[in-house]
Design a protein around this ligand. Structure first.
Ligand code: 3LI
Ligand code: NI
Length: 187
C-alpha cells in the first residue's frame, strides 16, 4: 500500500518527464501498480483509514507521482449525493488520450490540489469543461467515453501528470483568479 512517503514531491525530475506507454498484457509489476494506485484513493477517501495512515485524500493519482514514469493513473470520483453509491467515475486509466475537447472551459471554484505539491498555489486552473477520453483498462479493454464536470477535470489533471505538467502551470501568473467569459465553475 502506498503511503505519503511514497509520493514523489515537486522538484523531482520524474514529475516533469513524458511517461512511457504501457504494454499489454500487463506485467505482474504493472498489475500491482494499478491495484496500489486505486487502493490509495479508496483508503484515502475513508476518513478513519485516511487518519490512521496519515494520508492526504485524492480522487486521482498518477504513476509518476509514485516514481513510475508510465502512462497509468487511478481515478475515483465519489458521488457526493450518495456516498455509498456508484462513483461518478472509477477506473485505472492506461495509455489515456483526450481525443476531443469542448470549446467551453471549466475550472474548480476552489482551485486544485496535488499530492505532489505541498504548498498551496491559489488560482483557477482553466481546463476543458468536457472531454472525450480514450484509454485501456487493466484487462486491455479499450474505452471511449465522454466526461464532464468534476470527472473531466480530474482526468485532465491526471493525464497532465503523464506529460510532465503540474496544475499550477495553467494558472495565470498575472491574474490567478481571472475568469473567462463562458467558463463554467465546478463545485
Ligand atoms: C487548492 N484548493 C483545493 O485543493 C481545494 C479546496 C476545496 C475544494 C476542492 C475541490 C479543492 N480542490 C481539489 N482538487 C483536487 N482534489 C481535491 N480537491 N479533493 C477534495 C477533497 N477530497 C479529495 C480530492 C476528499 C477529501 C476527503 C474525503 C474524500 C475526498 Cl474525495 N484535485 C485536483 S484535480 C485532481 C484532484 C486530486 O485528486 N488531486 C490529487 C493529485 O495529486 N492527483 O494527481
Ligand atoms: Ni496531482
Amino acid at each position: 500500500m502506498f503511503l505519503m512517503d511514497d509520493i514523489v514531491r515537486d522538484g523531482d525530475p520524474v514529475l516533469r518527464q513524458e511517461a512511457k506507454k504501457v504494454k499489454f498484457p500487463l506485467s505482474a509489476d504493472d498489475k500491482k501498480l494499478a491495484h496500489n494506485l486505486m487502493e490509495y484513493l479508496e483508503v484515502s477517501q475513508n476518513p478513519e483509514l485516511c487518519e490512521k495512515y496519515k494520508l492526504r485524500a485524492g480522487v486521482g493519482l498518477a504513476a509518476p507521482q509514485v516514481g513510475v514514469s508510465k502512462m497509468m493513473a487511478s481515478v475515483l470520483v465519489p458521488n457526493d449525493e450518495n456516498e455509498k453509491g456508484k462513483p461518478l467515475f472509477k477506473d485505472v486509466i492506461i495509455n489515456p488520450v483526450i481525443v476531443s475537447n469542448s470549446v467551453q472551459r471549466g475550472a474548480l471554484t476552489e482551485g486544485e490540489g496535488c499530492l505532489s505539491v505541498d504548498r498551496d498555489v491559489p488560482g483557477y486552473v482553466p481546463r476543458s469543461a468536457r472531454i472525450t477520453l480514450k484509454y485501456q483498462d487493466v484487462d486491455g479493454n479499450e474505452h471511449k467515453i465522454r466526461l464532464k464536470n468534476y470527472p473531466a477535470i480530474v482526468c485532465q489533471h491526471e493525464i497532465d501528470h503523464l506529460h510532465g505538467i503540474l496544475f499550477y502551470d495553467h494558472i495565470n501568473k498575472d491574474n490567478p483568479f481571472k475568469r473567462d467569459d463562458d467558463e463554467v465553475f465546478i463545485y
